[in-house]
Design a protein around this ligand. Structure first.
Ligand SMILES: N[C@@H](CCC(=O)N[C@@H](CS)C(=O)NCC(=O)O)C(=O)O
Length: 428
C-alpha cells in the first residue's frame, strides 16, 4: 500500500507525533515520517512558516495534496483512511460523539493541566510556583475523573480500542514518564491499568518502544532568573536535534526513553493457520459439549478429557493477570474477565479455558488455564486488544501438579487453587 502522506515533525520524544503513527500501525496504513527533522530549527524555516504560520509540529501533507495541522486531527484523518467502518472510529453518531468528547477532554482539559505542571520543570516555560500548583491541582482532578470513568471500563468508548484511547494514552505518556510516581500510580489505579494495557499494545510498542515510568519527579528549577533558564534551554534545543533540554533529560531517569523505530510496511491479514493443521482426533467442540453436559466436572468431565485428548493437536497454557496487585472489588475483577473474553472472540473456535476470580475484595487475582489448538499461542489469542495484560505460560498437563491445577481450575474448586474461588468464567 502506498503511503497516504507524510507526518512532518520530530519522530522521537514527541507524543503528538506518535498519535497518527500509532493509528497507522493499528490499521496497517503506510505513513511517511521525517526522522531527520530538527525541532525549533526546521519548523522555524521560512518555507515552513509560509505554509504553517504557527510554527507548530506536527503537520501533515497528504499524497492527495491535503494539508493539516493538529496532531489529533491528523490522527483522525489517518484513522478514516480505513473506511467509514474504521475500527478506531465510531460506528454510530453516539459513539463518534463519545470519541470526540474524550479527545477534547484529553486536549482541552487534561493536556493544559499537564503542560502547566510539567513544562516549567522541563525548562520549557518559567517556573512560577502558584501557577504550577494550580495546574497540578487540575491535573490530579482530571486524573480522578478519568479514574472513575475507567473503574468499570477497559477502554473509553465501547468494548474496543478507539482513536480516543490512542490520543489519551499519548497524552498520559508524558504524565507517566515525568510526573506520576508509584504512589500516584496506585492512587489512580484504573488509569494506570488502562495506560499499561494501551502502551503494551504492539501498535504502541512499534512506535513508542518501551516506556520507563517516573521514579522521581523532576525538581523545579525555581529562581529569579527562571525565564533565562528557559531561554537557555530553548537555545540548547535549537542546537541539538532533541526536543527536551539534555540537562533535564539526564537529571531525571523519568524522562521517556523511546525507540526511534521506523514504521513497518503493513502486513496483510492471513486466514487462520490453525485451519490448515491436520484434523484433531478430539474436536474441541466435542470437549466443550462434554464439559457443559458432564457432571461432576471432577472427575467425570476431566477423565473424559484425559482419555480423549489428542496430545499432538493441542497445548495447555496457564494464564495469569499481570496486574493482580491493582485489583480491588471481586465483582470488578470478574467483569474484567468477561471483557477479556469478549475481546478473545476470534479465538472462540480454537480455544477453551477458565479464568477464575480468586480471593477477596482488595486481595484478589485472575488465574486460570486454557487449551488451544496447535502448540503456540495463536494469533487469534494474541491479537486480543488486552492480551498484553495477561501472562500466558506453557503448561505441561502430564506433570501431576499441573494436571491437578487444571482439574481444579476447570472445576472451580480444589486444593491447588492459590486462593478461594469467588467466581469465574468459562471461555467456550
Ligand atoms: N494542538 C497542537 C499543538 C502542537 C504543539 O504545541 N506542538 C509543540 C510541540 S509538541 C510545538 O510545536 N511547539 C513549538 C512552538 O510552540 O513553537 C497539536 O496537537 O498538534
Amino acid at each position: 500500500m502506498a503511503s497516504i502522506g507524510t507526518i512532518i515533525g520530530p519522530t522521537t520524544n514527541n507524543t503528538r507525533n506518535y498519535k497518527a503513527r500509532v493509528v497507522a500501525q493499528f490499521l496497517g496504513i503506510n505513513l511517511t515520517t521525517t526522522p531527520n527533522f530538527v525541532m525549533n530549527v526546521d519548523n522555524q524555516k521560512e518555507e515552513y512558516l509560509a505554509k504553517y504560520p504557527s510554527g507548530k509540529v506536527p503537520v501533515f501533507e497528504g499524497a492527495n495534496g491535503l494539508s493539516l495541522v493538529d496532531s489529533s486531527a491528523i490522527a483522525y484523518y489517518v484513522a478514516s483512511q480505513a473506511g467509514s467502518d474504521s475500527p478506531l472510529l465510531g460506528q454510530t453518531a453516539e459513539e463518534t460523539a463519545e470519541i470526540l468528547q474524550y479527545m477534547f477532554f484529553a486536549e482541552a482539559d487534561f493536556m493544559p493541566a499537564l503542560a502547566g505542571t510539567v513544562y516549567p520543570l522541563l525548562g520549557y516555560m518559567p517556573f512560577v510556583k502558584p501557577s504550577h500548583m494550580h495546574s497540578e491541582e487540575q491535573l490530579f482532578r482530571f486524573l480522578g475523573v478519568l479514574d472513575a470513568i475507567l473503574l468499570t471500563k477497559t477502554f473509553l468508548v465501547g468494548e474496543r480500542i478507539t482513536i480516543a484511547d490512542v490520543v489519551f494514552t499519548c497524552d498520559l505518556a508524558m504524565a507517566y514518564t515525568t510526573y506520576l510516581t508509584l504512589e500516584d500510580r496506585k492512587k489512580f489505579r484504573n488509569v494506570t491499568r488502562y495506560f499499561k494495557t494501551m502502551i503494551n499494545q504492539p501498535a504502541f510498542k512499534a512506535v513508542v518502544g518501551e516506556v520507563t515510568l517516573c521514579v522521581e519527579r523532576i525538581k523545579p528549577q525555581a529562581s529569579a532568573n527562571a525565564s533565562k533558564k528557559a531561554e537557555k534551554a530553548e537555545k540548547k534545543a535549537e542546537k541539538k536535534p532533541a526536543e527536551q533540554p539534555k540537562k533535564a533529560e539526564k537529571k531525571a531517569k523519568e524522562v521517556e526513553e523511546y525507540d526511534d523505530e521506523e514504521e513497518e510496511a503493513p502486513k496483510p491479514k492471513a486466514k487462520s493457520k490453525l485451519d490448515l493443521l491436520p484434523p484433531a482426533k478430539m474436536p474441541l467442540d466435542e470437549w466443550k459439549r462434554q464439559y457443559s453436559n458432564t457432571t461432576p466436572t471432577k472427575p467425570n468431565a476431566m477423565n473424559w478429557l484425559w482419555e480423549h485428548l489428542d496430545e499432538d493437536a493441542y497445548s495447555f497454557w496457564k494464564v495469569e493477570y499481570k496486574y493482580n496487585d491493582e485489583l480491588t472489588k471481586l465483582f470488578m475483577t470478574n467483569n474484567l474477565i468477561g471483557g477479556h473474553f469478549n475481546r478473545l472472540e476470534r479465538a472462540r473456535k480454537y480455544a477453551f479455558g477458565n479464568l477464575l476470580t480468586l480471593g477477596k475484595d482488595d486481595d484478589n487475582m485472575v488465574w486460570g488455564y486454557f487449551i488451544v489448538r496447535g502448540k503456540d499461542i495463536p494469533e487469534e489469542v494474541s491479537d486480543a486488544a488486552d492480551f498484553e495484560s495477561f501472562a500466558w505460560t506453557a503448561a505441561d498437563h502430564n506433570d501431576p501438579k499441573t494436571r491437578a491445577e487444571i482439574e481444579d481450575c476447570f472445576a472451580w474448586e480444589g486444593p491447588s487453587l492459590p486462593k478461594e474461588c469467588y467466581d469465574g468464567k468459562t471461555f467456550k
